[in-house]
Structures are given as C-alpha cells and as structure tokens.
Design a protein. Structure first.
Length: 291
C-alpha cells in the first residue's frame, strides 16, 4: 500500500488546487482501511477520506493527520438486478456495467465524475435522479473502526445529505437495486444526458463541479448569471462563461482564489436577490499552511 508524506493534494483534486496532506494513503481493501483507522485512532491522528476529490475544495493549508484516497478499491460486481461496488469505484463505470447488464435506474449518474463512496456520502444526483433512489445498503467503517451494514431506511438521505455525512462513517461498499431494462434504450438515455452535460458544462477545464446547492424556488446558475457574475475572476479561479454554477481553474488557481470567488458570488447574489447560496461543494482542510 502506498503512503505518501507531505503530498500536495492539488495532484489529486479535480480543481488542481489544495495544500499538503501530512500523510496520504491509498488502501486497496477494507482490511487496509480498518488497519489504517485503528493505527490513526491509537496515535490520535485525525482521518479524512476524500473519495476521488471531484466535488471538493481542499484549502491551501492542506490536511492534518491521515488522508485516504480509496480509488484503489474499485471492484464492481453485478448479480441479477443487484450491483455491488467498492467505495472507490467510479460512479460512471458503475453506470456502464449496469447498462451492459441491461439494468435501469442509474442512467442519471452516467456523467457524474465522483466515486461510489462520495455519491453515497452526499446523495449525489443529476437530471431528476438521486443515489437514494437506487441505494439498497452500504457497508461502512465506524469511527471506532468497526464494520457495520446500514440499510437504506437508516441512511437518512436528503438533498445532498446522508447519515454517513452526519456520523463520519467511511463507506466501503454500496449495494444498488436496479430494474431489468432494455440495454439499447438505457445507453440512448445515458448518451443523451452526457450530450446535454457536455453542451452546458465546462468539462474542458478543472472544476469542482456544481458549486452551490439549488435554492428553493431558484436555480443557482441562473441567479449568478442574472447577477452579471459570469467571467468574474480572482487569481486563476473564474465563474465559468459556459455555466454560471461552475467555477473553473483557468490557470494556476489556488483554493483561496476559489473560496474568494465563492464568497463574492454569495455576497452579490444575496445583495441583488436576497437569496443565500449554500455551497454544495465540500470545503475541508486548514486555511493557513503549516509546512
């Protein structure tokens, strides 16, 4: 198992920003995660799991203690109408394997660039679908390093929320319950959603995905557009000219640039429309570098 010391997290985040991780590990099995967590607990090291760091901003001060990236844990198995996937598996790859098995229900996730664990953690969704619609159960590691299975009814899914998020469990595997469908029709829907995504979203530039939650009765992107903020830039972070709900790295942006753009957008939208934009993107780490 690979463990790196004082590793720049900008090498791993989708924004290409983020400070140093004290220790960064890439466990390859549930047993490895459990062993790492027990070691961290015994040595009073904080533990942070960052999935594949797609809908995430790591502050420029980096992350203390032990950081885990679970992308080496990426097995996916399909049995009848059930798909079981490791936390580090690509959600896009899960949708492909479901399609190949002519299973419907995950089409909405065809273009979501997150991991399975991250998708459970924040109840990822797009185009009218959410992970909560298809998740059946998850196996997690509690803070005390004990294995536990949590059924769907206990996962407390909400809009970009889950029990896992509240309790700090580490997702190891997720089980999805799908329905038999027509493979060609499933592929056609996935192709359509991916084409719509490519037409509207700035997929050619580093970003953290959708920055803000959808405010009740509004669309965040439209509010930002109507506030005249498209193209607003601090450092290398810019409100996307293609989709105002995205902030893109147009050149050597720092996490601080991202956060300053976010705060400016929130202030202007609130001043103009009285709507408080909440971040959907997860923001973690220290503000001030300690290295």
């Amino acid at each position: 198992m690979k463990i790196l010391k004082n590793e720049p997290l900008a090498h791993f985040t989708n924004t290409k920003t983020g400070g140093l991780a004290d220790f960064l590990a890439f466990p390859e099995s549930a047993e490895s995660v459990q062993a790492l967590l027990k070691f961290a607990n015994a040595n009073e090291l904080p533990v942070t799991v960052i999935g594949n760091a797609s809908n995430l901003i790591v502050r420029d001060g980096g992350i203390r203690g032990l950081t885990l990236i679970l992308t080496q844990m990426n097995q996916i198995s399909v049995s009848e109408t059930t798909v079981v996937a490791d936390a580090g598996a690509s959600l896009i790859e899960v949708t492909k394997q479901a399609q190949q098995a002519s299973l419907t229900g995950l089409e909405f996730a065809a273009g979501i660039p997150g991991s399975v664990g991250g998708a459970i953690f924040m109840n990822a969704g797009a185009y009218g679908g959410e992970i909560s619609m298809v998740a059946e159960s998850v196996v997690v590691l509690t803070k005390e390093a004990t294995l536990k299975t949590i059924e769907k009814s206990e996962l407390d899914f909400g809009y970009r929320q889950s029990r896992v998020q509240e309790e700090g469990d580490i997702v190891l595997t997720a089980t999805f319950k799908l329905q038999p469908g027509d493979g060609q029709a499933i592929q056609a829907q996935m192709d359509d959603l991916n084409a719509r995504r490519a037409a509207k979203q700035p997929l050619d530039l580093p970003s953290c995905g959708s920055v803000f939650k959808r405010p009740t009765g509004y669309f965040a992107g439209k509010l930002i557009h109507d506030a005249g903020l498209q193209g607003f830039q601090i450092g290398g972070a810019q409100v996307s000219m293609k989709h105002a709900g995205f902030i893109v790295n147009v050149g050597d942006a720092t996490a601080t640039d991202y956060l300053n753009v976010i705060h400016h957008v929130q202030e202007v939208v609130f001043d103009k429309f009285g709507v408080a934009l909440e971040t959907e993107v997860r923001i973690i780490g220290d503000s001030i570098p300690t290295h």
